[in-house]
Design a protein around this ligand. Structure first.
Ligand SMILES: Cc1cc2nc3c(=O)[nH]c(=O)nc-3n(C[C@H](O)[C@H](O)[C@H](O)COP(=O)(O)OP(=O)(O)OC[C@H]3O[C@@H](n4cnc5c(N)ncnc54)[C@H](O)[C@@H]3O)c2cc1C
Ligand SMILES: NC(=O)c1ccc[n+]([C@@H]2O[C@H](COP(=O)([O-])OP(=O)(O)OC[C@H]3O[C@@H](n4cnc5c(N)ncnc54)[C@H](OP(=O)(O)O)[C@@H]3O)[C@@H](O)[C@H]2O)c1
Length: 253
């Protein structure tokens, strides 16, 4: 039996030349936990190509959505560039990943730190009522280069009308950051700097404390390393199942 199914692309939205969100059909048998990634593939003349993509949609949705950042000269990116609604796309039957908030022990504040496409797993989790029941206060940061890459501002704004999590929406603190575009009201330093210089806590409006704060990091691997080091210097530690801590992280590529 094949380890993947063939699905169809239902919807595509181009946000910039290199930033795409798209939705595909979901087989009834496909299960995932919000925060996990799926492997998507295409048939090409050279054979099958596969890459990992974090699921953007929430667990209860009938379809699966994803966000793709297109990389110059990337093989999968070239395929996305050609993709049209109605096209076939391959979906590995198994979703994977450990960026899961319910792994934490204790804590009341969930602080999600992302760059670029690293925001995808967090949006999936924000759409889950269980995340809010577990963490009454959620901070979501999205650090990108330019303002036009903050493609989820409207989604955040509309969250209050969300049928499942609308009542919790007022407990979300959304902090956008643009590092190469300073012509806006957002923060402009990279995440590790905002942690070290205190501007992130200031923007959140409360202090990050070992007893209450739990951090999840996803995105650029260098950012994940540097942000982890910044949190370590503030006294937080990696969470392991046998040694509970405050930080869970995943490289977004
Ligand atoms: C666990 C996991 C989850 C991922 N989730 C996503 C996702 O939700 N959305 C997404 O667009 N990509 C995601 N990726 C990256 C994705 O798998 C591909 O690598 C990416 O789409 C580029 O594929 P490519 O074949 O065009 O280029 P590749 O040859 O695979 O990549 C070329 C180089 O581009 C850089 N790069 C790759 N992905 C990104 C990215 N997303 N943002 C910035 N730089 C990048 C890296 O330096 C990489 O070495 C994920 C990767 C992993 C491991
Ligand atoms: N996103 C798009 O719309 C788009 C469009 C076309 C092409 N691309 C291509 O995709 C690739 C990556 O683009 P991307 O901007 O999405 O991802 P990225 O390079 O990971 O940058 C995203 C954010 O992470 C920050 N960052 C990078 N390294 C960091 C570190 N060590 N510590 C903390 N923060 C760090 C960046 O800050 P700095 O600004 O300071 O680096 C930026 O704010 C590039 O090749 C780009 O040309 C992207």
């Amino acid at each position: 039996m094949e380890k993947f199914t063939q699905e169809s692309v239902i919807r595509m939205t181009w946000h910039t030349d290199g930033l795409l969100t798209f939705t595909i059909t979901r087989p009834e048998s496909f299960r995932f936990s919000a925060g996990q990634f799926a492997r998507l593939g295409f048939r090409t003349e050279q054979g099958l190509i596969w890459r990992a993509y974090s699921v953007l949609s929430s667990e209860y949705e009938d379809t699966l959505s994803f966000m793709a950042v297109l990389i110059p000269n990337g093989q999968m990116s070239a395929r996305f560039q050609l993709m049209q609604e109605g096209d076939a796309i391959l979906l590995d039957k198994t979703a994977t990943g450990f960026l899961l908030p319910h792994r934490f022990v204790g804590g009341t504040d969930l602080i999600m730190l992302s760059t670029g496409s690293g925001i995808a797993p967090f949006l999936s989790q924000i759409g889950q009522p269980e995340t809010w029941q577990r963490f009454p206060r959620i901070v979501l940061t999205h650090c990108v280069r330019y303002t036009n890459e903050l493609i989820f501002n409207q989604w955040m704004h509309d969250l209050q009308n969300h049928p499942l999590v609308g009542d919790y929406a007022q407990n979300l603190i959304y902090i956008p950051i643009t590092t190469r575009d300073h012509e806006n009201e957002w923060l402009h330093h990279r995440l590790p700097e905002t942690l070290k210089n205190g501007t992130l806590q200031q923007a959140a409006g409360f202090s990050f404390k070992k007893q209450n704060s739990r951090f999840m990091i996803c995105g650029n691997p260098a950012m994940v390393d540097d942000t982890f080091s910044a949190l370590k210097s503030l006294g937080f530690s990696m969470h392991r199942n046998k040694l509970p801590g405050e930080i869970i992280m995943e490289n977004g590529f």
